[in-house]
Design a protein around this ligand. Structure first.
Ligand code: FES
Ligand code: FES
Length: 159
């Protein structure tokens, strides 16, 4: 069946079964391989994307559930204000180890910062709990989110 979905501000027409997970549409049909497959069961967070600014597991989100929602993937997260700050902090603090989980981590962190500009440690732990990192980069992730929040506050003061 034909669907038109908006990904990273561009409309794409795809012809797939309605129960196809968005993860496979992104990776296999549209060639956007930044979003990763980990578990396929909403347990690891590697496949996290934004659907209308909400962090969403694309491995269990079917294309027929998307409608006119706006999808943002890691390929365009830097175009969101929070995503830009998160990516800078990730680089500054050298968060990444093997990198496999990091697309999902960055997307989840960007969604957190967009909805909560000054998250506490508990807020961060809550928001990021579904994103697993087998390399154990959790402490650097937390520090990077704090740095990004701090930079947002500083920029705000400067107007
Ligand atoms: S691949 Fe989607 S949560 Fe693990
Ligand atoms: S950086 Fe290796 S799994 Fe997270």
């Amino acid at each position: 069946m034909a669907y038109t979905i908006k990904v990273n501000a561009v409309d794409h027409s795809v012809d797939v079964a309605g129960d196809t997970p968005l993860l496979w549409v992104l990776r296999d049909v549209l060639g956007m391989t930044g979003t990763k497959f980990g578990c396929g069961k909403a347990l690891c967070g590697a496949c996290t994307i934004l659907v209308d600014d909400i962090a969403t597991r694309s491995c269990i989100t079917t294309i027929d559930s998307i409608g006119t929602a706006s999808i943002t993937t890691i390929e365009a997260i830097e175009n969101t204000p929070s995503g830009k700050k998160i990516q800078k902090a990730w680089l500054d603090l050298e968060v990444v180890q093997c990198g496999y989980c990091q697309s999902g981590q960055i997307v989840s962190a960007s969604a957190l910062l967009a909805s909560n500009p000054n998250p506490s440690d508990a807020d961060i732990d809550d928001a990021m709990a579904g994103n697993i990192c087998r390399c154990g980069t959790y402490l650097r992730i937390r520090e990077a989110i704090k740095q990004a929040a701090q930079s947002a506050a500083t920029n705000g003061q400067r107007g």
